[in-house]
Design a protein around this ligand. Structure first.
Ligand code: GLC
Length: 569
C-alpha cells in the first residue's frame, strides 16, 4: 500500500496580516507573501496553509467572511492570488486554504438576506429563534438558550427588526450557518469545488466539529441563570460524521494529492480516530486541543503551571490512539496560541536551545508537523504593557467583561499577556531594521522590540540558528522513513524533566530526548548502554549522548546490533 504523501511532509502556516507587507499600508498581503517564498522553499516545507484572505469586515481578523469567492482588497486581488499559487507550485509547495464555514460574517449577502424578514427564503440558513417562552425580546435572560459565546457574553444576538435572535458561537458578527439545511451544505461544497478548480490543494477547516448542532438547541448544563458553554450540544454533534462524509463525496471524489485537516476544539482521541480513519473517508487529520489546554484551568484565562508529566501523558495517548488507524497533526503554536518557546520553553537565557528542543521533540513524533510563521526563528511572546496594546477581539471582550465584573485589571492583563492571541500575531521578523522589514508603513500591530536580535536574516546567516535546525528536521522527515512511518514508544512517562521516546521501523531505531528544564540532567532511559554508543543525528555532540544541558534536545540513531543485516529495513 502506498502511504499518503502528507505523512512525509511538513506544513507551514502563514497569517497573512502579519507576514509581509508589499504595499506599505502596514498590513501583510499576498504580494508580500509571493516575494518571500524562498524562505519557505529553503525551509523545505511541502505545504502552505494560508489563514483567511477573503473579503471580510475583519471583526475576527478575517475569520468573519463576507464573500467566499474573492480576495479582501487589503490582501490583494484574485490575480495576486493566482500569481502566489503559481509561484508556490513552481517550488513544489502545495496551498491549503482556510475554510471558515461554521459561520459567515453578518455582512455576507446570505445573512443580509436571511435577516431581512422571517419569510426570507434564506431565513433557515442560520439559527433564528424566538425569545425564551414568556419573556420579552431583549429582556435580560430572554436569549433562546443559556449558551455563551467563545468571545464572552451570550451566544445570541437580537435582531430588533424581526424580533428574533440569531446564534453566534463566536462574535455577534459571526452568525452560525445552519448545516441542517441541505442548501447551505451545497453552497459550501460548490465554493470548495470552485477553489479546487482554481488549483488549490486542500483545506484547513475552521472549528469544523461545531457544524452539527443538536437541532432542538437545548440549554447547556450548568448553574441556573448564568451563561454556560453549551458546547455539549454542538461539539462533534449528532450529524458531524455524516456531514463530513458527504463533503468528501461531493467535493473530493476523483481528486487526489489533496490535504484536509479539521480544526476540532474538544475532540477526543476516539472521535479523532473515526474522523481520520481512511476507510470512512472523512478527513486526513485533525487539530486536537488537549496539549494546549494543560496549562489552563476552566477557561483559557485561568493560568496554571504546565507539568511535563501531563504533556507526555496527553501526547502519548494521542500517539497510541492513532497508531493503527488515523493520523495525528502535530503543533505547538498557530495564530490562536501564544508563542511556543515562551509557553513551553525558555524565552530568555536558553531561548535558542529551547526553541530547537521543542522543534526536535514535536517533529520526531508520528504525525504531520505544522510550523507557525516565526516559530522557525524562535519568535517570542510580546511584552504587552496595557490593554491599549491588544487588538484581538477575544482579548478585548474578555478584558471588558472581566473588569466589569470586578476582576482587578492587572490580574486580567497578566493572563492576556500569557495567553492572548496577539502574541502570535505580531509581525514576522525579517531583519533588524525598523519594523523588522515587515512593512515600510506603520504596522497594524507592534513589532516585537527583540527583532533587532531575533530575525530571519540573522538566522539564515548563523548555521547554528533555530531556522537551520528546522531545515534539518523537515529534511529528516522527508528522507528517513522511520520518522514518517515508524512506530512510537513513550519512555520515562513520570520523569518531570525529560521527554523521551523511540521511533522504530524495521531495523531502524531512533531515540528522541528533550530536556524541559533549566537544569543539566542525565536521561535515565532503559538500555542506556546501547544508546550511549549511538550515533547523534540531531543536536550537538557533548560527550555523553544521554547527558542533556538545560533545554537541550537530541536524536540518536541506534547502531545495528552485531550480526544484523546492514541497510535492511
Ligand atoms: C478558529 C480560528 C480562530 C477564530 C475562530 C472563529 O478557532 O482559528 O482564529 O477566531 O475559529 O472562526
Amino acid at each position: 500500500m502506498t502511504e499518503p504523501w502528507w505523512k512525509a511532509t511538513t506544513v507551514y502556516q502563514i497569517y497573512p496580516r502579519s507576514f509581509a507587507d508589499a504595499d506599505g499600508d502596514g498590513i501583510g498581503d499576498l504580494a508580500g507573501i509571493t516575494r518571500r517564498l524562498d524562505h519557505l522553499a529553503e525551509l523545505g516545507v511541502g505545504v502552505l496553509w494560508l489563514s483567511p484572505i477573503y473579503p471580510s469586515p475583519q471583526d475576527d481578523a478575517g475569520y468573519d467572511i463576507s464573500d467566499y469567492r474573492d480576495i479582501d482588497p487589503t490582501f490583494g486581488t484574485l490575480a495576486d492570488f493566482d500569481r502566489l499559487l503559481a509561484a508556490l507550485h513552481e517550488r513544489g509547495i502545495k496551498l491549503v486554504m482556510d475554510l471558515v464555514v461554521n459561520h459567515t460574517s453578518d455582512e455576507h449577502p446570505w445573512f443580509a438576506e436571511s435577516r431581512s424578514s422571517r419569510d426570507s427564503p434564506k431565513r433557515d440558513w442560520y439559527w433564528w429563534r424566538s425569545p425564551r417562552p414568556g419573556m420579552e425580546a431583549g429582556a435580560p435572560g430572554a436569549e433562546p438558550t443559556n449558551w455563551r459565546s467563545a468571545f464572552s457574553g451570550p451566544a445570541w444576538e437580537l435582531d430588533e427588526a424581526t424580533g428574533e435572535y440569531y446564534l453566534h458561537i463566536f462574535s455577534r458578527k459571526q452568525p452560525d450557518l445552519n448545516w441542517e439545511n441541505p442548501e447551505v451544505r451545497q453552497a459550501v461544497y460548490a465554493t470548495m469545488r470552485w477553489w479546487l478548480d482554481r488549483g488549490v490543494d486542500g483545506f484547513r477547516m475552521d472549528v469544523i466539529n461545531f457544524i452539527s448542532k443538536a437541532p432542538a438547541l437545548p440549554d447547556g448544563h450548568g448553574d441556573g441563570g448564568a451563561f454556560v458553554s453549551g458546547s455539549e450540544h454542538y461539539l462533534c454533534g449528532p450529524r458531524i460524521h455524516e456531514f463530513l462524509a458527504e463533503m468528501r463525496r461531493e467535493v473530493f471524489a476523483d481528486r487526489d494529492e489533496l490535504l484536509t485537516v479539521g480544526e476540532m476544539p474538544g475532540v477526543t482521541v476516539e472521535e479523532a480516530r473515526l474522523f481520520t480513519d481512511p476507510a470512512r473517508a472523512e478527513l486526513d487529520m485533525v487539530f486536537q486541543f488537549e496539549h494546549v489546554q494543560l496549562d489552563q484551568g476552566g477557561s483559557k484565562w485561568e493560568l496554571r503551571p504546565l507539568r511535563l508529566f501531563d504533556l507526555k501523558a496527553s501526547l502519548g495517548r494521542w500517539q497510541a490512539g492513532l497508531a493503527e488507524t488515523g493520523w495525528n497533526s502535530l503543533y505547538w503554536g498557530n495564530h490562536d496560541q501564544p508563542r511556543a518557546v515562551s509557553r513551553f520553553g525558555d524565552d530568555r537565557e536558553h531561548r535558542v536551545r529551547a526553541a530547537k528542543m521543542l522543534a526536535t521533540v514535536l517533529h520526531m513524533h508520528r504525525g504531520t508537523p505544522y510550523v507557525y510563521q516565526g516559530e522557525e526563528l524562535g519568535m517570542t511572546n510580546y511584552p504587552f504593557a496595557g490593554i491599549e496594546d491588544f487588538r484581538d477581539i477575544e482579548s478585548l471582550n474578555h478584558y471588558a467583561e472581566a473588569v466589569a465584573t470586578g476582576d482587578p485589571p492587572e490580574h486580567v492583563l497578566a493572563s492576556l499577556r500569557k495567553m492572548g492571541r496577539d502574541n502570535a500575531r505580531t509581525p514576522m521578523q525579517w531583519d533588524g531594521s525598523e519594523h523588522a522589514g515587515f512593512t515600510t508603513g506603520t504596522p497594524w500591530l507592534a513589532v516585537n522590540p527583540n527583532h533587532v536580535e531575533i530575525n530571519a536574516a540573522a538566522a539564515r546567516a548563523d548555521p547554528d540558528s533555530v531556522f537551520h535546525h528546522y531545515r534539518r528536521l523537515i529534511a529528516l522527515r522527508r528522507d528517513e522513513p522511520v520518522v514518517a512511518h515508524g512506530d512510537f514508544t513513550m519512555l520515562l512517562s513520570s520523569d518531570e524533566r525529560v521527554y523521551a521516546f523511540t521511533r522504530r521501523l524495521g531495523d531502524s531505531e531512533l531515540l528522541v530526548l528533550g530536556n524541559f528544564s533549566g537544569d543539566a540532567v542525565a536521561a535515565g532511559v532503559p538500555d542506556a548502554e546501547r544508546w550511549a554508543g549511538a550515533e547523534l543525528i540531531v543536536g550537538e555532540a557533548n560527550g555523553d549522548p544521554l547527558a542533556l544541558r538545560p533545554w537541550e534536545g537530541r536524536v540518536l540513531r541506534a547502531r545495528p546490533a552485531p550480526g544484523a543485516r546492514a541497510g535492511s529495513r
